[in-house]
Ligand binder design. Structure first.
Ligand code: GRF
Length: 196
């Protein structure tokens, strides 16, 4: 059974999809804990599924290093095989990336390497392109730069708003995240540390 710690910042609809998948006894992964960098609304999903949660707000620490150290320890406590960034809107400090090297995945609402960063959907619309999509990728020390695991394209309907397009992408993200976690659990997608 693949064990997971998920990190979120927002509404947690991707987390919810993962928790629902893991609720099926036949699904080969389990979420052991959910962490957040703020009192995120999505923590409620974890609580509903009886999963432990932790909140570590960087502003409440005297330094970013202290925050990163406690984040590492809070994740390590649950001994996860995989760390899933499910809408975690903060760049992980290098020490955190190194602590779970090759075992962290992120979801992103664009076809990376196009439109990295926190405003991917807005930037996509501003660029006037007619295709976008969702990406699942390994996390490295850059911003949305790690190796891509899966991508799926969607067409951008004319006149769509940023919120509408983001919701369309999130529908794809939720499916893709569950598929990738299953693939990792079944050994069909290899973690980077295994590939060394
Ligand atoms: C997703 O679009 C994810 O790619 C981005 O933040 C959004 C999180 O959505 N990083 P939710 O909180 O899972 O609903």
């Amino acid at each position: 059974m693949l064990t997971i710690v998920a990190l979120i910042s927002g509404s947690g609809s991707n987390l919810r999809a993962l928790l629902e998948a893991c609720d099926n006894p036949l699904f080969p992964a389990r979420v052991r804990a959910v962490g957040a960098d703020r009192p995120a609304a999505g923590l409620e999903h974890a609580e509903l599924f009886g999963i432990s949660t932790f909140v570590l707000e960087p502003a409440k620490f005297s330094s970013k290093d202290q925050w990163a150290d406690l984040l590492i320890h809070s994740i390590q406590y649950h001994k996860p095989d995989l760390v899933v960034l499910a809408g975690f809107m903060r760049v992980l400090p290098p020490s955190v990336v190194r602590a779970f090297s090759g075992r962290i995945i992120n979801i992103h609402p664009s076809l990376l390497p196009a439109f990295p960063g926190a405003h991917a959907v807005r930037d996509t619309l501003a660029a006037g392109v007619n295709v976008t999509g969702a990406t699942v990728h390994f996390v490295d020390e850059g911003v949305d730069t790690g190796p891509v695991i899966r991508q799926r394209e969607i067409s951008i309907p004319p006149g769509v708003s940023e919120a509408q397009l983001h919701e369309m992408i999130k529908e794809v993200e939720r499916e893709q995240l569950v598929e990738v976690v299953r693939g990792i659990a079944e050994g069909k997608i290899r973690l980077l540390e295994d590939a060394k």
